[in-house]
Design a protein around this ligand. Structure first.
Ligand code: DSN
Length: 405
C-alpha cells in the first residue's frame, strides 16, 4: 500500500482504538464489511438496475445488488428497496425530486429541535428548490401533534417529513401519518439514526406506516457509509427513476456489496441483542448524567443518544465541552439545543451516543464510568493535569474493549 496512506490509516486505527467514539451517528463496522468495501466491485460501472444495465459484464453486480435488496426487504418488512443512494442526504434529495415539483411545500423538523440539515435548513439546495415549513417540539420535548395538524391544515404540504438527527424521543408514527393522510400529503420518515434499532427490533418500525422511508446504512445499522430508500410499491417506479438516472450515475457496487454484508449481520439474533443493549446503555447514560447535574433536552431519551445542555447546566459551551472530551479521548460533537441563540460552531449543547461503544462490548458498568469521566472533563475543562489523568484512565478501559479488527 502507499506508505503515506498506510501511515495515516495506522494512526487513525490507533486513535479509534485508544479513544471512544460517542458521536451518535458513528459506529465500528465488522471486518467482513471492510473486506467487501475493499473488493473488486469498486472497479465496475453498473448504471441501471439488476437485469437492466447500460453496460455489459454485470452477472455478479446484479447478484450482489439483488442480495442487498432482498436482505433489506426482509430486515425491514419492506415492499420495495433501493440500495443505490450514495448516502442519507442524496437519499432525501432523491425522494424530494421524485414526489415534489419546485415550489411545493414540505413540513420538516427544525434543525435545533433535532431535525437534520436536509430537512429544509435554509442553507441547503433543497430549501432553495422547495418551500420548507419547519415544526418544533414542545417545552416537554415532545412533538405537539395538535399544532402539527394545525400547521399541516394551514400550509397544505405535499410531503410531511418526520425523522431526526438529534431528537431523542419516540415519534407516534400512526398519529403523524394520520395527519399526513388528512391533509393529502405523502408521508416520509428519515430513520437514519435509528435504523439499526428498528432492524434489531428494539424500537417500533415506521415502515408499515410511512409511504417512504430513507436511511443511511452506517450509524446504528453498522454498515458501510451509504444510503437506502424503502417505500410502498406504488412509489417504487418514481423512486428508482429519480435515483437513476434522475439524481445519480453509476452506483458504488463495492458499497452495495458491503451493505449486503451488513444487512446479513443485522438479520442475525446477535444484532437484536446489540440493539437492545444500546437502549439499556443510553438509559444508564441518561440517569448518570442527570445524577451529575446535567440538563438533558427533550427530558431524556428513548433511543441511542442524549442531547445535553452543557452551557445551561455547567456554564461550559458545547465547543469547550467537545474540546475537553477530545483531550481525554472521548469523541462527541457540539450540538445546538432547541432554539439555541448561539452559533452552530459554538452552541450550548453536546450530543452523546452509545452505538459505537456498545459494539465494543461496553455495558452498564462502563457507561457509569464514562458518565463520570464526562462530568470530570467538563468540570475541569481548563485543568490540563486532570484532563491528562482522565486520558490515561480512558485509554486503559479502551484496551480492554478492542475494535472488531
Ligand atoms: N452527520 C450525521 C449526524 O451526525 O447525525 C447526520 O447526517
Amino acid at each position: 500500500m502507499d506508505s503515506q496512506v498506510r501511515k495515516l490509516i495506522a494512526r487513525e486505527t490507533k486513535r479509534q482504538q485508544e479513544g471512544m467514539e460517542l458521536i451518535a451517528s458513528e459506529n465500528y463496522v465488522s471486518k467482513a464489511v471492510l473486506e467487501a468495501l475493499g473488493s473488486v466491485f469498486t472497479n465496475k460501472y453498473s448504471e441501471g438496475y439488476p437485469g437492466k444495465r447500460y453496460y455489459g459484464g454485470q452477472p455478479y453486480t446484479d447478484a450482489i445488488e439483488t442480495l442487498a435488496i432482498e436482505r433489506a426487504k426482509k430486515l425491514f418488512g419492506a415492499e420495495h428497496v433501493n440500495v443505490q443512494p450514495l448516502s442519507g442526504a442524496p437519499a432525501n434529495m432523491i425522494v424530494y425530486s421524485a414526489v415534489l415539483k419546485p415550489g411545493d411545500t414540505v413540513l420538516g423538523m427544525d434543525l435545533s429541535h433535532g431535525g437534520h440539515l436536509t430537512h429544509g435548513h435554509p442553507v441547503t439546495l433543497a430549501a432553495k428548490i422547495y418551500r420548507f415549513i419547519r415544526y418544533k417540539t414542545k417545552a416537554d420535548g415532545l412533538i405537539d401533534y395538535q399544532e402539527l395538524e394545525r400547521i399541516a391544515m394551514r400550509e397544505k404540504p405535499k410531503l410531511m417529513l418526520a425523522g431526526f438527527s438529534a431528537y431523542t424521543r419516540q415519534i407516534d408514527y400512526k398519529k403523524y401519518c394520520d395527519i399526513a393522510k388528512k391533509v393529502g400529503a405523502i408521508s416520509m420518515f428519515d430513520m437514519a439514526h435509528i435504523a439499526g434499532l428498528i432492524a434489531g427490533k428494539a424500537l417500533p418500525s415506521p415502515v408499515p406506516y410511512f409511504d417512504i422511508v430513507t436511511t443511511t446504512t452506517h450509524k446504528t445499522l453498522r454498515g458501510p457509509r451509504g444510503g437506502m430508500i424503502v417505500c410502498k410499491k406504488e412509489f417504487a417506479h418514481i423512486i428508482d427513476k429519480a435515483c437513476f438516472p434522475g439524481f445519480q450515475g453509476g452506483p458504488h457496487m463495492h458499497n452495495i456489496a458491503a451493505k449486503a454484508v451488513a444487512f446479513g449481520e443485522a438479520l442475525r439474533p446477535s444484532f437484536q441483542k446489540y440493539a437492545k443493549q444500546i437502549l439499556k446503555n443510553a438509559k444508564v447514560l441518561e440517569k448518570e448524567l442527570k445524577r451529575h447535574g446535567f440538563k438533558l433536552m427533550f427530558g431524556g431519551t428513548d433511543n441511542h443518544m442524549v442531547l445535553v445542555d452543557v452551557l445551561g447546566s455547567k456554564g461550559v459551551t458545547g465547543k469547550e465541552a467537545e474540546t475537553a472530551l477530545d483531550e481525554i479521548g472521548i469523541t462527541v460533537n457540539k450540538n445546538m439545543i432547541p432554539d439555541d441563540s448561539r452559533s452552530p460552531m459554538d452552541p450550548s449543547g453536546i450530543r452523546i451516543g452509545v452505538p459505537a461503544i456498545t459494539t465494543r462490548g461496553m455495558k452498564e458498568k462502563e457507561i457509569q464510568q464514562i458518565a463520570e469521566w464526562i462530568n470530570g472533563a467538563i468540570k475541569n475543562h481548563k485543568n490540563k493535569k486532570v484532563l491528562q489523568k482522565l486520558r490515561q484512565e480512558v485509554k486503559k478501559l479502551c484496551k480492554k474493549f478492542p475494535l472488531p479488527y
